[in-house]
Design a protein around this ligand. Sequence first.
Ligand SMILES: *Cc1c(COP(=O)(O)O)cnc(C)c1O
Length: 494
Amino acid sequence: MQYISTRSGNKGVSGAAAIISGLAPDGGLFMPESLPHWAPEEILALCHADYPGRAAWAIGGFLQDYSQGELADYCQKAYGPDRFTAPGTAPVVKISDSAYILELFHGPTCAFKDFALQLLPYLLTAALAKQGVAKTVIILVATSGDTGKAALEGFADVAGTKICVFYPEGGTSAMQRLQMTTQKGGNVRVAAVKGNFDDAQNGVKAIFTDQPYGQRLAERGYLLSSANSINWGRLAPQVAYYLSAYCDLLNQGRIRPGERINICVPTGNFGNILAAYFAKSCGLPVHRLICASNKNRVLTDFITTGVYDRNRDFYLTSSPSMDILISSNLERLLYLLAERDAGKIRGFMGQLRETGRYDLDSAMLAKLQAEFAAGSADEAETFATIRRLFQDSGYLCDTHTAVAVKVYQDYLAASGDTTPTVIAATASPFKFCGSVLPALGQQPEGDDFSQLNQLAALSGLLPPSRLLALKDQAERFTQAIGADAMAAEVDQLL
Ligand SMILES: *Cc1c(COP(=O)(O)O)cnc(C)c1O
């Protein structure tokens, strides 16, 4: 299977090549030229497989230049019990008559991004060997909080790689910042950027498209790559957990073979929900995809009106990993909605760059709305949802997940659609004690670590040991830089 750019539709490259380069040379995103087809009996057969087995099968459909043996080995390592602490890796928990939580936060950094970033180092180092590339890869990451730590954790001390992470100063939770600034490893660097996530992301994109800079790096034996969700190696692993959730619902007797489910995802860069759309496109029985935004509701407005408009106020919220106004992965969905018309995508992206907005034609809007429902939750609604869900069902969720729960509840009330719905829980509530405690009516006490214990006492849950362990680790990276100094920061790593 070949990968082609959303902006040129050019002759394809292999999956391995797409993973190495991250972004296509013309600035577009790589897309598989066709999608795997999952037959109903194949989905049924996977009910008997464990999580690594399901993942290797699903990912193998997209990455055909990797053997099933290779992928099975990588998935066993990436998703083993030493890295994911919950039985089943991505457990599904019932919270109401029609709603199920897909817990994606039992990995090393307590957020869903571990699913992609525990596996990506294996995919990338194998890709280098397959392509005969003898260079050291420099992974550049712009993070709204969780990607950075997950990528650092995945790539720390991986031979042949270096990694540099940029996060918006003041734009993450205290625990997210500490997770990054304490990162160990001889090949890592972390810096706060004065600005918001979009500034950090644009800075990384500017480094990628600076050809003289890339040339200088190449001469010194380096190659730039990205661990952001624009990299196809991030998306393919995420398709797997929606398939796995479907198998778990079958195994639990909650649905019958072939019965459709909804999937509701708290969304920022549009990566996670796009993976759900790919799962549906491959043949997973999915009815609606429900896109949940926080107060930065650019996607809600887009899906309800067909107008994408980033010219609006940017809010820092209690769900910082969704504080985004340019959702990069949307480009991939547009490409499919436009029936792979790369010229159309160049047009939209040009308008977005020049005017900050674009408009779908009515045919594309109709297709978008046939697949996606959307809604948003403001801060008060997010907090009230955490409290009410905990009181009513005993389930404690984090701020991002709460946005999705609220949007799902609104969707259910408005549509009357009682299709069983899987809600992606993207982070552990213990990552966001400073918000979750007040949501439960408690004043946070003491430092970040006392708050972990405070939330544990209140909820009866154990705090993740990886968060507790940060207490004894020294902060290594405390500098804040301007967005114009990001390339210089990368040089420091070399
Ligand atoms: C990254 C992240 C999101 C948003 O995911 P996208 O793939 O960018 O849409 C939501 N919740 C949490 C906790 C995250 O870390």
